[in-house]
Design a protein around this ligand. Structure first.
Ligand SMILES: Cc1cc2nc3c(=O)[nH]c(=O)nc-3n(C[C@H](O)[C@H](O)[C@H](O)COP(=O)(O)OP(=O)(O)OC[C@H]3O[C@@H](n4cnc5c(N)ncnc54)[C@H](O)[C@@H]3O)c2cc1C
Length: 480
């Protein structure tokens, strides 16, 4: 097959001009232009195929959830320019096994782990830049490589490279239907009825967390109070359409990555700056001013991903992280200022919770806590006694005003229910058959790796590794 000539100044072309420049049949259609879709499109194009990438977003909002990211988790057996020490396959596997409680496919997960090291090189040689390893409170310098200038820079670098090698992109194309013939892909259709034919397709269009109706179906009305940390466009239309055509899925619709974020964040796309790291430094109460979980159970990077679910289980899905003045500089601040008051009753009034109930909760907490200071760099064992629940590390009295509070809501990062795939990223259509020309990568198949729980940086690793595999497999699967 003859490669498409390098497009001229594609970055400044309108969609119409790009469409006019498509003078050959699309061999591979990639649906979704986040990290996974870009890795797939580039891999298929580098294998000599004509590739059309469609995304529901406008050009200025492209990049899905991948825009919001900061790092990916990669194995390595010796220090590198971006990672310290070593983090080998077995340790990575044990980490995934532990957080998922065994709800993972070992074969596929080990594949992701083994390919994660090579992914760093692959991305680097296509324009993505990483920063030197970060030491500090996140404790990720050994395991996670950070993108220089964040996920937006990664996405832009991959778009630039993809355009240079001749991947064609159409924005504002939201696919709602995949036409199948038996177990084969035929064409994709937008909500408005526009069709895109190709010899093979890669589905990389995210989870369904931004689809409020579907979230309510899974969670009940509680989901109306969830905030979605990323793109409003990952609505799961393609996943739903395939489910309606009896294609196999894996995972539970309620399983997802959910953290506690500032309740003042927007419904969608608040990104990383609305995350709150204040929980271990004080107490967390619900709408009734009652504590409901051990705020000092473990280091925050190991616990932040359970707090979305904990808040989701509280009345009206709201909670409040409350600290006193002496700890206010010890954690990364949220983008929103704390709600502050000189006394606890005044703070409660500002939060619209019962002042007496909050005063009682804090008095009981203080009475169950020894005087003295905490060491937040270790699990210091400074605990309360006799409370339900106790705080088992970093318990110190809340007694120095002014007092500060942050309202918390469940912040959903991405859902895990997805398409079942094999090692070539082929979609499993039924108990016995894999599609010959339909592949999936990224959030839409992350449930194969993550049945529950989360290890920071795994989302981008799954997307990158399976994106590459899907693009390569799709290219290799064509006859000529
Ligand atoms: C705030 C935040 C921070 C995060 N930080 C990290 C991190 O540091 N490290 C990490 O590993 N993971 C992180 N994640 C998770 C990570 O973003 C995802 O795991 C990863 O980006 C998934 O890539 P993807 O390509 O599958 O999805 P996305 O990047 O979301 O791309 C999906 C694309 O599909 C498009 N789309 C959706 N539906 C359709 C449709 N019907 N038709 C056409 N196009 C469609 C969307 O517009 C979007 O562009 C973070 C997520 C969020 C929200």
């Amino acid at each position: 097959m003859k490669l498409r000539p390098m497009p001229r100044a594609m970055g400044t072309q309108s969609n119409k001009a790009i469409e006019d420049s498509v003078d050959e049949r699309t061999e591979i259609l990639v649906i979704g232009g986040g990290h996974a879709g870009l890795c797939a499109a580039i891999s298929a194009r580098e294998a000599g195929r004509s590739v059309l990438l469609l995304d529901a977003a406008s050009e200025s909002m492209r990049g899905g959830n991948s825009r919001h990211t900061r790092n990916l988790r990669a194995m390595h057996t010796e220090p590198t320019a971006t990672l310290t020490d070593r983090y080998d396959e077995e340790e990575y596997w044990q980490d995934i096994l532990r957080v998922t409680n065994g709800q993972t496919n070992e074969e596929l997960t080990r594949l992701v782990i083994r390919e994660s090291f090579e992914l760093l090189h692959w991305l680097s040689s296509r324009g993505v830049r990483f920063q030197p390893s970060l030491r500090g409170t996140l404790s990720l310098d050994r395991t996670n490589a950070f993108f220089l200038s964040g996920g937006c820079a990664l996405v832009n670098a991959l778009y630039r490279y993809a355009m240079q090698i001749g991947v064609v992109m159409h924005y504002e194309k939201e696919i709602a239907h995949i036409e199948l013939s038996g177990t084969s892909f035929r064409w994709a259709e937008t909500k408005t009825g526009e069709t895109f034919h190709a010899d093979a397709a890669v589905l990389a269009c995210g989870g369904f967390q931004a689809n409020t109706d579907w979230m309510v179906e899974a969670w009940g009305d509680a989901a109306l109070n969830f905030l979605i940390r990323g793109t409003p466009l990952n609505r799961g239309y393609v996943l739903r359409d395939l489910m309606q055509q009896d294609v196999l899925t894996i995972g539970d619709p309620r399983q997802c990555h959910a953290v506690a974020i500032d309740a003042r964040a927007p419904k969608f796309d608040g990104g990383i700056v609305s995350r709150l790291d204040s929980v271990p430094f004080g107490i967390v109460v619900n709408r009734e001013a009652k504590r409901f979980y051990d705020e000092g159970e473990d280091f925050w990077p190991k616990r932040y991903a359970i707090w979305g679910r904990l808040v989701a289980a509280q009345p009206e899905q709201i909670a409040y992280s409350i600290i006193d003045h002496k700890v206010q500089d010890l954690f990364m601040p949220s983008v929103y200022p704390a709600i502050t008051a000189d006394s606890i009753p005044e703070l409660a009034t500002k939060l619209d919770i019962d002042p007496q109930a909050l005063s009682d909760t804090i008095s009981q907490f203080n009475a169950a806590t020894d005087q003295g200071t905490c060491d937040h760099t270790v699990l210091d064992g400074r605990r309360t006694t006799g409370l339900l629940p106790d705080k088992t590390n970093w318990a110190q009295t809340l007694d120095r005003g002014p007092y500060h509070a942050y309202p918390l809501r469940p912040g959903i990062t991405f859902t895990y229910l997805g398409l079942k795939v094999d090692q070539q990223a082929r979609v499993q259509m039924n108990e016995t058959t894999f599609a010959p020309n339909l592949y999936a990568a990224g959030e839409i198949m992350a449930g194969n790796i993550l049945g529950e729980g989360y290890c920071a940086g795994t989302g981008m690793t799954v997307g990158g590794v399976f994106g590459r595999i899907a693009g390569t497999s799709a290219a290799a699967g064509l006859q000529t």
